[in-house]
Design a protein around this ligand. Structure first.
Ligand SMILES: O=P(O)(O)OC[C@@]1(O)O[C@H](CO)[C@@H](O)[C@@H]1O
Length: 323
């Protein structure tokens, strides 16, 4: 089972434009629709369609429309009482695949909500193969909340923990890394790798060897595996056994929202299937590129995922003296 935590879930409203976005212009939209989202929820959705047991943990009132959407989709969930309506995040999709996102802060989380989320995770931890902590933190949560939660879970369960977050919560997590406090898996993108290495995000995405070197700094501080997604440049995987780069198949990009979550799910799925690192990485990139070809936050079905079209190559190991 994969247990996901989404402390700041979102209703993802996608507006598709018939032409390019013009700042200050008036646009007639081609279509608009909403999906229950947030990074952990997207991963639980991917679990459901791939037949992997999952529980999504999140804050929301039982009568929030978000929860009705989750229930209609059949996603098992455990709720902490929410502190306000689930936020609405806006995606603007242009015909050439350019995706602009406007993410709201979300309701301010009370200490009681944060405690309830942590308690629910603790109660599910031992049944899970993976616990995935994903997305931003709501206002009211201290930036170190994920770092504290990982450190605490590491003392109470042996279940593996994956984290995908950004900004201050990521920086706090990285500051706190160590042999007993690190998550087992992290999934930064190029910008996120750059946020704690000081490099340029776009440059890292275009240079898989540099991205692998940045990811390796996390391994040196206790993380077991790093899956770094590099947008159209694919992804790199770094473990104690080596580093690999996967190149995606040519993809007609419709919306990149949910591509990173799909990649993380593909990677976990490969692990549950006992695949070797190169095959896990290929499945991650195949899931991510399938998601990029779908509108809004749509998560691919397994039949839409083509790991056979992904090219994986091993990256040279750095010399010890270079590390
Ligand atoms: O604001 P956060 O929590 O960082 O990201 C939220 C979000 O952009 O992440 C998902 C895509 O990864 C979307 O479903 C959702 O809108």
């Amino acid at each position: 089972m994969i247990v996901t935590l989404t402390p700041n879930p979102s209703i993802d409203r996608t507006v598709a434009l018939a032409g390019p976005l013009v700042r200050g212009g008036v646009h007639r939209t081609a279509s608009a629709f909403s999906q229950a989202g947030g990074k952990g929820v997207n991963i639980s959705r991917a679990c459901l369609s791939a037949g992997v047991a999952t529980t999504a943990v999140l804050p929301a009132a039982g009568d929030d429309p978000f929860v009705a959407d989750l229930a209609a989709a059949g996603i098992a969930h455990r709720l902490a009482p929410g502190d306000g309506p689930v936020r609405v995040n806006l995606t603007i999709s242009e015909p050439d695949g350019t995706t602009t996102k406007l993410n709201s802060p979300g309701a301010t989380a009370s200490p009681a909500t944060l405690d309830a989320l942590a308690a629910t995770l603790r109660s599910l931890a031992d049944e899970a193969d993976w616990i995935v902590l994903a997305g931003s933190l709501p206002p009211g949560a201290p930036a170190r909340w994920y770092a504290d939660l990982v450190a605490e879970l590491r003392t109470t369960t042996t279940t593996r923990i994956a984290v995908d977050t950004s900004d201050e919560p990521l920086v706090s997590l990285v500051d706190r890394l160590g042999p007993d406090t690190a998550p087992h898996l992290m999934k930064p993108n190029g910008e996120e790798l750059a946020s704690f290495t000081g490099a340029d995000g776009a440059a890292l995405e275009a240079d898989p060897a540099a991205a692998a070197a940045a990811a390796r700094t996390l391994l040196d501080r206790g993380v077991t595996e790093v899956l770094a997604t590099l947008g159209g440049h694919g992804a790199v995987l770094v473990t104690a056994d080596g580093a690999w780069h996967a190149i995606p198949p040519p993809t007609d990009v419709v919306s990149t929202v949910g591509a990173g979550d799909s990649s993380l799910f593909g990677y976990l799925l490969g692990g549950l299937r006992q695949q070797d690192p190169a095959h896990r990485l290929a499945l991650a990139v195949a899931y991510g590129s399938a998601a990029a070809g779908l509108p809004g936050t749509t998560i691919p079905q397994p039949t839409q995922v083509r790991p056979d079209l992904v090219v994986v190559r091993a990256l040279p190991s750095p010399l010890e003296s270079d590390r």
